[in-house]
Design a binder for this molecule. Structure first.
Ligand code: PMV
Length: 326
């Protein structure tokens, strides 16, 4: 590293969407067709160091010790280009990123990764941007990453354009001690990534109905969080996840992310609910099942999930804080 190197490190948690983002109205800017609400996942994180270095001929990306080229590097360079342009610098950067959870299996590794990258890159370039500006920058890398920037329970408003499409905290982490027990049913890479998935969303005849009903689901979710009403949260997040997967399954080509064990977990959660155990499932663009519950039930639910055939592991997370520099 030369004396002119500018470097910064940032930390961001992953997040799980309660009301999902699926489909863009502007793919390049990642402007969504509907708003979304999520909970940050404390304990599942990415730590990223960005170093702008005079000696580098091109941007470099290293994730968990492996050098990455191709599309992933292009997405990282797109963020760095915005930062370079805003800061008036031409230096290429080395990006070193570490996740503490498996990538590419529907645990939104891109959310934590692009949130940490946006914050580290802006800081390394000397930009003193506020949270909304960092959230907007993270959004360009991955829509859900906009939601990993603010703390706790977060809403990403669809906005009217680039300037006002960013995420804000709607309740701090301490507002409601919830937990996420993630039943891992496969840790291989997903077959169709979410960038391609968003592009297929309008080919489903169900997408228009899902989008038209989104303001209603968002309002129910907002109120459930404000009032700490677990039963109404459970109903709305399961409905929202089922609606998104119905769109996925009816896209052309169709996207089927569920495995037999995914359905087994969903069935068990519904049985536990009937037996009075507070738990609710939600599934992203992968086969793993996120089971949301009060923190007081986390150990019990994680143990129950481990007994289900086809569940290879269970990760747990509490409500996480904001992305921050290290
Ligand atoms: O941010 P992306 O492009 O990886 O899309 C995320 C899509 C879902 O995880 C399925 C839903 C969401 O809102 O996080």
């Amino acid at each position: 590293m030369s004396d002119n190197t500018r470097t910064a490190t940032a930390f961001a948690n992953s997040n799980i969407a309660f009301i999902k983002y699926w489909g863009n109205r502007d793919a390049a800017l990642r402007l969504p067709v509907n708003g979304s609400i999520s909970m940050n996942l404390g304990g599942l994180y990415t730590r990223t160091t960005v170093s702008f270095e005079p000696s580098l001929p091109m941007d470099e990306l290293v994730i968990n010790g492996s050098e990455i080229m191709g599309k992933a590097l292009e997405r990282v360079s797109a963020i760095l280009n915005v930062v370079r342009q805003s800061a008036g610098i031409a230096l290429r950067a080395e990006v070193l990123s570490e996740n503490n959870f498996p990538t590419g299996a529907g645990i939104a590794s891109s959310a934590a990764a692009f949130a940490a990258l946006a914050l580290a890159a802006a800081r390394a370039a000397g930009l003193t941007w506020n949270e909304s500006a960092i959230s907007r920058l993270a959004r360009i890398g991955s829509g859900s990453a906009s939601r990993s920037v603010p703390a706790g329970f977060v809403e990403w408003k669809m906005g009217s354009g680039n300037e006002d499409s960013y995420a804000v905290s709607i309740a701090p982490p301490g507002h409601w001690p919830l937990a996420d027990c993630i039943a891992i049913v496969a840790d291989g890479h997903k077959s169709t990534g979410s960038t391609e998935g968003h592009a297929l969303a309008p080919t489903s005849p169900l997408q228009a109905a899902r989008v038209a009903d989104a303001p209603r689901r968002l309002e129910i979710c907002r109120r459930a969080i404000a009032e700490r009403d677990f039963s109404s949260l459970a109903d709305i997040i399961q409905l929202d996840s089922d609606m998104m997967h119905a769109v996925m399954m009816t896209s052309q080509p169709a996207l089927f992310y569920w495995k037999p064990a995914t359905l087994a977990v969903m069935g068990n959660v519904r049985t536990w609910q009937r037996d009075g155990l507070p738990a609710a499932y939600t599934i992203d663009a992968g086969p793993n099942v996120h089971v949301i519950c009060p923190h007081s039930e986390m150990s019990k639910i994680a143990a129950l999930l481990r007994k289900i055939s086809g569940v290879s592991d269970v990760l747990t997370a509490t409500v996480g804080g904001a992305a921050h520099p290290l």
